[in-house]
Design a protein around this ligand. Structure first.
Ligand SMILES: [Fe+2]
Ligand SMILES: [Fe+2]
Length: 185
């Protein structure tokens, strides 16, 4: 059994208690990449698309890499829809929050808003404004998000595309999560 803290309420904890807790958290973070990859694999199932949700993620990342995107951006492309696994109502925010400590402000912003920007391709069929994203058009990363969707996300439902396998991307995920996380509170 692992060592235990002395307290039952945080207000009674000591520095030694928190040292113990934070060391445990540090060790847990070493398994984060493996847990995320496991989570991604759960998206490999039936879908109404011609490919699985996992293959959509892989294809998005493949296109990003072939377009010369840096490794961080490729991982963001790989994980951009991972929020669908537990939070389909706000999957963009989940992916953005999960990656935020390890990525640039630009990639965070693109992940956070990609769902809205993808709406350009479907909202008009449901009497919604497909240009709703244009409320953000003066933001410095607006065009990056338009391009992410146009070139990588909305195109990546093709069963005939030469998509790279998950094993190809795992080292990139591991390298990203091996970095020191930025505080995000
Ligand atoms: Fe998405
Ligand atoms: Fe997507």
């Amino acid at each position: 059994m692992s060592a235990k803290v002395s307290f039952t309420a945080m207000e009674h904890a000591s520095r030694e208690d928190y040292d113990l807790v934070f060391e445990h958290e540090r060790q847990e973070m070493q398994g984060q990449a493996a847990r995320i990859i496991h989570w991604l694999k759960t998206m490999d199932g039936d879908s109404p698309y011609q490919i699985s949700r996992l293959d959509h993620c892989l294809q998005t990342a493949t296109r990003a890499q072939r377009d010369g995107a840096d490794d961080e951006t490729v991982v963001c492309a790989l994980l951009h829809d991972i929020g669908d696994a537990i939070a389909p109502a706000n999957h963009s925010q989940v992916a953005a929050a999960m990656l935020r400590p390890y990525i640039s402000d630009k990639n965070y912003w693109v992940l956070l808003h990609h769902g809205l920007f993808q709406g350009y391709y479907w909202m008009h069929y449901y009497d919604q404004d497909r240009n709703a994203r244009d409320e953000l058009r003066n933001h410095p990363y607006y065009q990056d998000c338009v391009d992410f969707c146009a070139n990588w996300d909305q195109t990546s439902f093709d069963p005939h595309y030469d998509t790279l396998p998950l094993d190809h991307f795992i080292p990139l995920v591991e390298a990203l999560y091996a970095g020191t996380p930025k505080p995000c509170v």
